[in-house]
Design a protein around this ligand. Structure first.
Ligand code: PLP
Length: 339
């Protein structure tokens, strides 16, 4: 069925971002495709990057892994590890995160298979404590991971975590070592080790200013105009009458709202584009509707499509909402189409 809102996804941009990140990292480059590849569509993203030579994919849960059953053995890891209730799939590695998970893995029928391990080096979120080292005996560790808490900032914790990870590398034997997410790729080659695990930057996010110019926008929400109306000077537009027309305006009402992840924070802040023309969002963003000042685009008609501004770095700066939330918040009503 026809959908009045669409997410335009650029495969060339995704692939260029992957290549650019791999070149910059100078080491094996994987892809975090958890959360449906940050809302873009895990199957399509994974297929495109697999074709591009990527052989290391990361999801959070075994449910997410099940969706990617076309991946060759040894190319997928599950970041939340393995608990007794989980049903692992042969050829998919858990990233074990607790001593109890390690014990469960050792008792499972997969115990001889390689696994990954996540060690916490100072974030104090998910991962084994470096003092849990003893329980690694008997594991075949494929990749030893850690994760940085502040890679998107210049924070003293980055160097501290790097130091701790280097010590662990000497103490724990694994085939590969991996520390860097998107932002850490731009912290310098010290952080690259044997594998980097970008997510955000693949999908057009700018994790640090050093990434500007490197990363192309992948994803643009588009919506159809449902109605055009004239609003006279002094009239107000939308819920709670937060916008007053300073002069006579043409207002376009479009088929998108905060239920689609077009956040309410865009009220009177966001913008849309039609034929190179900029149409500012005026008034409140509603659940399913947004109102634009279309006075600059007299050619705009009912049924036309407009592009919403989704330059992640800019909209994040404008609204204070993280680039990650913008991507993962994109709703289910979009027709996702790859060009
Ligand atoms: C999500 C995730 C990544 C990717 O992070 P980005 O900041 O999106 O590049 C890398 N490593 C781990 C452990 C993750 O959970």
């Amino acid at each position: 069925m026809h959908s009045p809102l669409a997410l335009q996804l650029r495969k060339d941009a995704l692939v260029a971002n992957y290549r650019g990140l791999a070149r910059h990292a100078g080491t094996t480059t994987g892809a975090a495709v958890k959360a449906d590849a940050y809302g873009l569509g895990a199957i399509e993203v994974t297929r495109a990057l697999l074709h591009e030579g990527c052989r290391d994919f990361f999801v959070s849960t075994w449910n997410e892994a099940a969706e990617l059953n076309f991946l060759p053995a040894g190319t997928l890891s599950v970041l939340h590890g393995f608990a007794r209730m989980d049903e692992p799939r042969a050829g998919v590695r858990p990233v074990l995160v607790t001593p109890i998970q390690i014990a469960a893995w050792k008792q499972s029928s997969f115990s001889c298979e390689p696994c990954d391990v996540m060690i916490d080096t100072g974030m104090n979120r998910l991962g084994l404590d470096p003092s849990d080292l003893a329980c690694f005996d008997g594991l075949t560790i494929h990749t030893l991971h850690s994760h940085l808490a502040c890679a998107d900032e210049d924070h003293r914790l980055n160097a501290i975590q790097l130091d701790r990870f280097r010590s662990l590398k000497n103490a724990i034997s694994a085939e590969r070592y991996s520390l860097a997410n998107s932002a850490a790729i731009f912290l310098g080659s010290d952080y690259a080790f044997d594998l980097v695990r970008p997510g955000l930057a693949l999908y057009g996010g700018i994790p640090r200013r050093e990434a500007r110019g490197f990363i192309a926008q992948v994803c643009t929400p588009r919506a159809q105009v449902i109605q055009l109306r004239r609003v006279s000077a002094g009239e107000t537009v939308g819920y709670n009458a937060t916008f007053t027309a300073p002069e006579d305006l043409i207002v376009a009402v479009i088929n998108i709202g905060y239920a689609d992840g077009y956040r309410r924070a865009f009220s009177s802040i966001g913008q849309a584009f039609f034929d190179e023309l900029t149409l500012p969002v005026i008034g409140r963003v509603s659940m399913d509707l947004v109102t634009l000042d279309a006075s600059a685009a007299p050619a705009l008609k009912e049924g036309d499509w407009v592009d919403l501004d989704f330059d992640l770095e800019r909209v994040s700066a404008q609204t204070g909402i993280s680039q990650y939330e913008f991507l993962t918040g994109l709703g289910q009503r979009f027709e996702r189409f790859w060009i």
